[in-house]
Design a protein around this ligand. Structure first.
Ligand code: PGA
Length: 253
């Protein structure tokens, strides 16, 4: 596997001004010559702080959500243009926690991806089945439906997105999908993208769900796993940097 990898941290609703300082400084300092793209998706109030801390380093800035609306009377929402002003390069769209706790539908997620693309931010669109869906044999149907909505709305721009396959049962549970289970779904997503773009290989397909320093290498060695979306392990610089190193090694190997 020689393709450049992408490792994105997802802090979720974690962080504090003081703690962020050490975390970001340590990550940024550890990225010298990193052989992959590395980003952290931080809570919106910390975008300015993390941008300043990461200045001059290879660490890219990401957001965790974006409004589908451009501006106006949408209390509590953050627009893509606002994210742009803070140097955001990546934005999560449709993380399972947003789908589950905030009622985000496939159609809304697709609109959010479009809104990000319109201002030049790369959306990281999250798809994945729940445990009940996997046990009912619906994994394929669910992830295909979720990605189809994004393809439908984003058409010819589809090769500019990132897709993260995150089985809901693996998120924050310590129960990782096996490399084979993950690869199987990634191959499926790649085939689906191939029907929509002549360049399906350009779409980075990330795996997410309890990825950590110990299991990253075997997941990243899979043919269609182009990187990782890291929750818990992105909150510790040493762990996160080990995953980054594993991504670099996967490319070199
Ligand atoms: P986790 O979260 O690594 O803590 O399982 C991943 C995610 O939700 O993006």
């Amino acid at each position: 596997m020689t393709k450049h990898k992408l490792i994105a941290g997802n802090w979720k609703m974690n962080g504090a001004l003081q703690a962020n300082e050490a975390l970001v400084r340590d990550i940024a300092a550890g990225l010298n010559n990193a052989a992959c793209t590395v980003a952290v998706c931080v809570p919106a109030p910390y975008l300015a702080q993390v941008r300043a801390l990461a200045q001059g380093s290879a660490l890219a800035l990401g957001a965790q959500d974006v409004s589908r609306h451009a501006q106006g009377a949408y209390t509590g929402e953050v627009s893509a243009a606002m994210l742009c002003e803070f140097g955001v390069r990546f934005c999560l769209a449709g993380h399972s926690e947003r789908r589950q706790y905030h009622g985000e539908t496939d159609a809304l997620v697709a609109e959010k991806a479009k809104t990000a693309l319109a201002v030049g931010i790369t959306p990281i669109v999250c798809v994945g089945e729940t445990l009940a869906e996997r046990e009912a044999g619906q994994t394929e149907e669910v992830v295909k439906r979720q990605l189809a909505a994004v393809i439908h709305v984003n058409g010819h721009c589809i090769s500019e997105i990132v897709v993260a396959y995150e089985p809901v049962w693996a998120i924050g549970t310590g129960r990782t999908a096996s490399p084979e289970q993950a690869q199987q779904v990634h191959a499926l997503l790649r085939r689906q993208l191939a029907a929509a773009t002549p360049h399906p290989e350009r779409v980075p397909l990330l795996y997410g769900g309890s990825m950590n320093a110990a299991n990253a290498a075997s997941l990243l060695a899979q043919a269609d796993i182009d990187g990782g979306l890291i929750g818990g392990a992105s909150l510790k610089a040493a762990d996160f940097l080990q995953i980054v190193a594993a991504a670099g090694a996967a490319v070199a190997g």
